[in-house]
Design a protein around this ligand. Structure first.
Ligand code: NAD
Ligand code: MG
Length: 394
């Protein structure tokens, strides 16, 4: 039995955060909840602190911190604030394992801090890797961090590779990586209906319960576009080696094809506790609370080619990967602005990818050599995206 690991969960009140706690609390002798962070749902964070008694809790602002302190028993949990608080728990000497489950670019700094502190890093926050790929991977390598993917597709690919950390697919005889995609809630609806779909319709994912931002990303398939870039950085796959296949049942989580024609797939019920448990216990296997896969009940598994006309985001993902440099950060930031405008009912659904493409056309990719380059590209894309949103506002 492995020793007790101190776990820091960045984004503890989110969908991934809650699933992480669900798995970790099954093994109190393996995992200690050392630090929790949240940006909203303060009542839920207070309940989590009372239940798990972490050493640290991190919230966004000092008013929230004061309110949280009043609810907690004195002397158990120290309440920290803001980005410094997040970086402190991510890099803390006593933190063994960091679950990076903040949504969007806000998760970049603490996730990089965890990599630079050489932690075991469970990566759900794909946006951080997409924005800062070369800087992020360099930090992981230079500081000996152990990077384990939580995204179900990448966790599946990881499980199908003989040496997932090598970053050299060809020497392992890998021909390509096949990322599966459910196709989201709008896979089959008539194209003319797409311009008027609402945020609630976009967030009603057929197979997964997720935060609202990633749900909209799944509806546009920008989520898969980000995942193409994520797969490139995690596994060293070129854009020619990454294919997407639409698989509505979300049972095959992804596949790896080898030079001899063998295709190895990882299957399971669509439940994020599986990849979370895989990464938490890696290289051991633990119970995750996920039931057995009953293929006779599912009875069929369908696969179709993605529709690039319906989902232009996929094309933008490949474009950003091919352009390289700041292009993925631009794609990601413009997407965050456009999705937020859509969720706020200020932008129609089809304009999300139109905003992103316009921003990518305006901002020519530049080389990425430092975290400052990433942050500047992100800010610049956000400014341009805001202007595009205003121009396309309903
Ligand atoms: P969510 O919206 O449910 O939760 C996000 C968490 O981050 C919350 O705890 C929130 O308080 C915190 N947060 C939000 N903005 C913040 C900010 N500015 N500063 C600090 N904290 C902030 O999101 P989720 O669905 O759990 O997704 C989290 C990440 O995991 C995303 O990057 C997503 O792409 C990825 N992911 C999620 C799933 C899933 O099934 N939910 C699957 C694969 C990958
Ligand atoms: Mg995924």
């Amino acid at each position: 039995m492995s020793r007790l690991q101190n776990l820091a969960i960045l984004g503890a009140t989110g969908s991934i955060g809650r699933n992480t706690l669900d798995v970790a609390e099954r093994y109190p002798q393996r995992f200690r909840i050392f630090a929790l962070s949240a940006n909203e749902r303060m009542d839920e964070l207070a309940d989590l602190c009372l239940r798990h008694r972490p050493r640290y809790a991190v919230v966004a602002q000092s008013v929230q911190a004061d309110a949280l302190r009043r609810r907690l028993e004195a002397g158990v949990t120290e309440v920290l604030t803001g980005p410094q608080g997040l970086e402190r728990i991510a890099a803390h000497a006593e933190t063994d394992c960091v679950m990076a489950a903040i949504v969007g670019a806000a998760g970049l700094a603490p996730t990089i801090a965890a990599a630079r502190a050489g932690k075991k890093l469970l990566l759900a926050n794909k946006e951080a890797l997409v924005m800062a790929g070369p800087i992020f991977m360099q930090a992981v390598r230079a500081h000996g961090a152990v990077l384990l993917p939580i995204d179900s597709e990448h966790n599946a690919v990881f499980q199908c590779l003989p040496d997932p950390f090598s970053g050299d697919l060809r020497s392992h005889g890998v021909r390509r990586v096949l990322l599966t995609a459910s196709g989201g809630p709008f896979r089959d609806i008539p194209l003319e209906r797409l311009h008027s779909v609402t945020p609630d319709e976009a967030c009603a994912h057929p197979n997964w319960v997720m935060g609202r931002k990633i749900s909209v990303d799944s509806a546009t398939m920008m989520n898969k576009a980000l995942e193409i870039i994520e797969a490139h950085w995690l596994f060293g796959a070129t854009h020619e080696q990454i294919d997407v296949v639409v698989h509505p049942q979300s049972v095959v989580h992804s596949m790896v094809e080898y030079a001899d024609g063998s295709v190895i797939a990882q299957l399971g019920n669509p439940d994020m506790r599986t990849p979370i448990a895989h990464a938490l216990a890696y290289p051991e296997r633990i119970e995750a609370g996920v039931g057995s896969l009953d293929l006779s009940v599912i009875s069929r598994l369908d696969f179709v080619a993605p529709d690039f006309a319906r989902f232009p985001a996929l094309r933008l993902g490949y474009r950003a990967l091919k352009e390289g440099g700041t292009s993925p950060a631009t794609l990601n930031a413009a997407n965050e602005v456009a999705v937020s405008a859509f969720l706020g009912r200020r932008l129609p659904f089809l304009a999300i990818t139109a905003v992103i493409e316009a921003v990518m056309d305006e901002l020519h990719p530049r080389a990425l050599t430092s975290l400052d380059d990433v942050i500047n590209a992100d800010l610049s894309a956000r400014r341009h995206a805001q202007i595009q949103v205003e121009a396309m506002t309903v």
